[in-house]
Design a protein around this ligand. Sequence first.
Ligand code: URA
Ligand code: SF4
Length: 186
Amino acid sequence: MFEKIEELEESIQNCTKCKLCKNRKNIVFGVGNINTKIMFIGEGPGADEDDQGIPFVGKAGQLMNKAFDIVGINREEIYIANIVKCRPPNNRDPEQDEITACIDYLRNQVMIIKPEIIVLLGRIALQNILGSEYKITASRGKWIEKKDIFYMPTWHPAALLRDETKKVDFIEDLKQVVEKLENIKR
Ligand code: URA
Ligand code: SF4
């Protein structure tokens, strides 16, 4: 475990702990403000993220940015990371061995950042952070408090591209996050 985010990032630069290292162009470590109270956790990089080395810069990310604008979240003020740091081929789900190999990096990020709120984007993030007994359909939009962290599970932004009706839920869930943050600040 590293105490400093730069040291952690540096330590994973040539990571070959799982088979996703073979086809990646860039490791997508995570971006944002490490002094934030809110962390967003996605699944894994897509093609655009792999090209640029930055999470959520593709279509799903752009949609998420629009939602941020609507609810008043400033992307520079939060921190965004993924369950796996390298792109799964053809955007398939990350496999269990890959998640097991990678997730300690994310745990180390959480340990350094110490967020009060974690937004879990989609099933993969939800089940790998809180447990496979949680179902995204039943859990989304409902706070789960564990070890002094408030978790808000919501749809993965890519799901909004496939199903417009989920956008309303997503915005509602983000509004709850903004409200909770205001309560915490008081
Ligand atoms: N989807 C994710 O889960 N993460 C990204 O960084 C981009 C798309
Ligand atoms: Fe290493 Fe994670 Fe990339 Fe696998 S996905 S090679 S564990 S950084």
